[in-house]
Design a binder for this molecule. Structure first.
Ligand code: ADP
Ligand code: MG
Length: 233
């Protein structure tokens, strides 16, 4: 579905992503793993058009998207959930979700309803300002906001960062069920390789901007050398 070939992105002299090639299959979770600074966020921001690649190609369903502006992505079915859970804290839960719908042109009441069914904790607090939400609730809110644009593929950047293990399990379980029940495709960027591999179909490991492994998730999880060298578990 999403195919990268020889993709490189730099910040001036810093080569953050180097000749990265891989394919994320439709209806699967593809984990992009690697230590802090490996280039994961740079890769996601290049896919979503926020950064421009130095060279290489990005194709979605066989169509080049690497020279399109980020505003075009929702209509193509791509939605990014940025690192750091950037909700607008002064707005209510409901208003934050509606902004996600606007990315696709309009807010559909059925989409709002669906997000509240997926995240009952948000439904209970729909009139509360996002400022009062816990970290886990904020993560649910940014995922819900992305779902409001009816994506076919979700780009998730470190959803587990700083959350309690119980909350991570809950959020990852929900992501997995969206994939299984609704055919959503997910590119899941994570430092938390153990949790990510527990729900992913495939994993890509980055080190200093390069792909050092690309295999089925269970193969990566069983590779002791790789785990110790790059995955930290
Ligand atoms: N805005 C920036 N300007 C310059 N260098 C950056 C910038 N953002 C990230 N980098 C550098 O690019 C590399 C990859 O960073 P990043 O993509 O954020 O990695 P990750 O998400 O895997 O932690 C790191 O060396 C980082 O210091
Ligand atoms: Mg990052």
């Amino acid at each position: 579905m999403l195919s990268l070939r020889d993709l490189s992105t730099s910040y001036g002299p810093v080569h953050a992503v180097r000749d990265v090639s891989f394919t994320a299959q439709e209806g699967q979770i593809t984990a992009v793993l690697g230590a802090n600074g490996a280039g994961k966020t740079t890769l996601l921001r290049t896919i979503s058009g926020l950064l421009r690649s130095r060279h290489g190609t990005i194709e979605l369903d066989g169509r080049r998207i690497d020279r399109l502006s980020p505003e075009r992505m929702p209509a193509l079915g791509l939605a990014q959930v940025p690192e750091g859970r950037g909700v607008i804290t002064e707005l209510t839960v409901d208003e934050n979700l509606r902004l996600g719908g606007l990315a696709r042109g309009r807010v559909r009441p059925a989409d709002l309803q669906r997000v509240y069914e997926l995240f009952p904790a948000l439904a209970d607090r729909r009139a509360a300002v996002a400022h009062v939400l816990s970290g886990g609730e904020r993560q649910m809110l940014v995922i819900g906001r992305a779902l409001m644009s009816r994506p076919r593929m979700l780009l998730l950047d470190e959803p587990s960062l700083g959350l309690a293990p119980r909350i991570v399990t809950q959020i990852f379980g929900l992501v997995r069920s969206l994939v299984e029940d609704e055919g959503l495709s997910v590119l899941l960027v994570e430092q938390n390789a153990r949790s990510a591999l527990s729900i992913a179909h495939r994993g890509i490991v980055l080190n200093l901007g390069r792909v050092v492994a690309d295999a089925d998730a269970d193969v990566l999880a069983d590779d002791d050398q790789l785990r110790h060298a790059y995955l930290g578990f």
